[in-house]
Design a protein around this ligand. Sequence first.
Ligand code: 4AD
Ligand code: MG
Length: 504
Amino acid sequence: MYIKDLSQLEGQEITLKGWVANSRESKGLVFLILRDGTGMCQCIVDLNKVGDEMFENARRLGSESSLSLSGNVVKDERQIGGFEVHVSSLEVYQYTENYPIAKKEHGVDFLMDHRHLWLRSQRQWAIMRIRNEISFAIHRFFQEREFVQMDAPLFTGNACEGTTNLFETEFYGEQAYLSQSGQLYGEAMAMALGRIYTFGPTFRAEKSKTRRHLSEFWMIEPEMAFYDLFDNMDLIEEFLRFITQEIVSRCEKELAIIGRDVEMLKKVSAPFPRLTYDEAVRIIKGEQDVDGKNAIKTLEGDLARVHARIEEVKKEIADREQRITTPGMKKGEIAFNQKKIDELKGELRDLEEDSRNIPQWLESARSFEYGNDFGGSDETVLTRMFEVPIMVYNWPHAVKAFYLKRDPENEAFARGVDVLAPEGYGEIVGGGERETDLEKVKNKIIEHELPMHEFEWYLDLRRYGSVTHSGFGLGLERMVAWICKLPHVRETIPFPRMYGRLFP
Ligand code: 4AD
Ligand code: MG
């Protein structure tokens, strides 16, 4: 029996096994908030019902003590989950004292050091469930369309996404790398099975701390024979829409727990704008408007508003701080003001962050050099103009991977596509149409100074029955971060591996 099923067990005597998330005592009653992995509910232990000994045991239960209890399920809409349990008996497995994660706020380093315990908190619980639903939706999407799931190797002999962030390792005395992407193997499988997808871990040594980079992340890489860039973009759009709409409908409770505004996610049902790199650059530099809005002017307006609001908030904090020192002020009023002050200070922190960021975005937008890849700031400036993900395609070939097809209409461009998520998230998908011409791939391998002999097997795909094909890669953690609107990818995976973080 699980807490998630309580609504079907009203009036029945049931047994639950779980942990104490919280407890308090009042006049012969102990109120336990029990969690069992599926949900939380209040369980009431009444001295008059269970007797002295069991009541004493219940009183001793600190946070995260483990127990089993039996009782009657009673409907109470005011309680978490809408049902509570009136306990008739309980059996304690372990009394826990001094659980390290208390209710008071902890710094993020402390929480990351205690990730093995932090995962038990309600917010992390909700994120992990959403991650699970996203994974499941991804498999459903591809399986329903009869793509074949494949597992690409993790030890590889050749680089796929450039050589700067490879994790080197050794393979029986030979130099090897941890895979950055399963794509090249996916291409081989697509020539054998038509349409495939990988779903596996990938590794990139990103020697800097950012909110979007992990050293170990999970990537989903479909690869389709006979798809060109535009078929690929159609599939990406259908795919991202499917996942977001599935999460909106299946994770209502979890999204509410983390306070995610689902209206933003519902907007993903609208078509995704498709921009060429050239158009995207003009928008970033303020040379082209989007629905009458100019990116540079919008940022300048936002900055002015941020500065004005900072002054207002500072003044209100000072006023309220003054007020609570007034002699004779009632306790309740002080508490009310203190709460307001805390909220305002939180808002001030966010505003001050904006006031630091916006000038940087403006600077990077104004000085953007045509031909460069987009940095995080450029993506932010661009995506702030849209409410749905956008697809930027036809990139300067020099800034993209060796395997992308040259645009037949203009050889300066490669038929790559990046999908940039709104709300400041930026790139969540990278993909494109693959070069099919043997000589052109070879030239690219030389240009990128990659060792030709290690790619001979890959070149065979262009020697024997080469066909138009395309694919893309979705970073699972970036998707989870955006769907949940998290400030950092570290909370999207149970045990993140990133620069400076190998434990727990
Ligand atoms: O754009 P990327 O590098 O593309 C590829 O790897 C292609 N082989 C994919 C393909 O066409 N089959 O990476 C794809 C996605 C990015 O858009 C991003 O979502 C994610 O992988 N990603 C990372 N996520 C977390 N941490 C990192 N260090 C990431 N690097 C890429
Ligand atoms: Mg990319």
